[in-house]
Design a binder for this molecule. Structure first.
Ligand code: PEP
Length: 269
């Protein structure tokens, strides 16, 4: 039986003070929930103080990205060691927003501009390998654009992203890897993927893990769904066989909403 995993991705939200207020309220609300793994991923600027605030709670700390070197002339980047130093256990890798793939068009953040900073299959793989090597647990994201879905390429995109991200990762290391299926068109748009379809694609992700590592590893791998997960749609999603939790953006910014998601995951556990 896989333990559900709910991760809050705060993205570029919350000052230190706002984040501290949020986790204080959240910690009270989810205290005692032991059958769900809970993590929040604040922006880099808030990691250290939020890590402190999470001490003696059942909420783990994660980061929203990292670089694949221990140190050096990599302006603007952070290493896994730095993230561990401030208390991180997890790191989100390959989020569509880091790949320059957006569900909501933004004229100030075009694909052309963002790819300069963005991830691709090769960097996600390098980061995943290095995170594991350095003792951080990666949450590796995959997902299709609306145009790819409309062209009937959803499964091919997801399979190819997962295979690329996991290259060189061993079966033993897979115990520390979480996979997240996040259809790009459903991220931050309010448009949730229907539970049956989300489950089907998470099943495609699991089948890919079967192909790469065998059934035993695949049955133990945590696969999250992400994309406009909210208190009013979580029940349908979390009830599905292949959905083991959520990678949650907007609804993780309010303590009561994220606590409701954690409790829904707990009731399935
Ligand atoms: C995300 O941050 O990965 C995400 C899915 O965002 P939202 O829940 O806001 O769609």
């Amino acid at each position: 039986m896989r333990k559900p995993f709910m991760t809050g991705n705060w993205k570029m939200n919350k000052t230190v003070g706002e984040g501290a207020e949020l986790v204080k309220a959240l910690a009270d609300m989810v205290w005692g929930v032991e059958d769900v793994t809970i993590a929040v991923c604040p922006p880099f600027t808030a990691l250290q103080p939020i890590g402190q605030a999470l001490r003696n709670t059942n909420i783990a700390l994660g980061a929203q990205g990292m670089f694949w070197k221990t140190e050096g002339a990599y302006t603007g980047e952070v290493s896994p060691g730095m993230l561990k130093d401030v208390g991180c256990t997890y790191v989100i890798l390959g989020h569509s927003e880091r790949r320059g793939r957006f569900g909501v068009p933004d004229k100030d953040v075009t694909e052309e501009l963002i790819t300069v900073f963005g991830d691709n299959d090769a960097t996600v793989n390098k980061k995943a390998l290095f995170a594991l090597d350095q003792g951080l647990k990666p949450i590796v994201c995959c997902g299709e654009l609306l145009s790819e879905r409309q062209a009937g390429n959803t499964d091919a995109v997801v399979v190819s992203q997962i295979k690329a991200a996991l290259q060189g990762i061993t079966a033993e290391q897979m115990a520390d890897v979480t996979l997240a299926y996040e259809p790009v068109w459903a991220i931050g748009t309010g448009e949730v993927c229907e539970a049956d379809e989300a489950d089907r694609v998470c099943g495609v992700v699991r089948s890919t893990v079967v192909e790469l590592y065998g059934d035993c590893v695949a049955q133990a791998t945590i696969i999250q769904y992400g994309g406009s997960v909210k208190p009013d749609n979580i029940a349908g999603l979390i009830a599905k066989e292949n959905i083991d939790g959520g990678l949650v953006g907007g609804a993780s910014l309010k303590a009561a909403d994220f606590a409701a998601l954690v409790k829904a995951a707990s009731s399935r556990a």
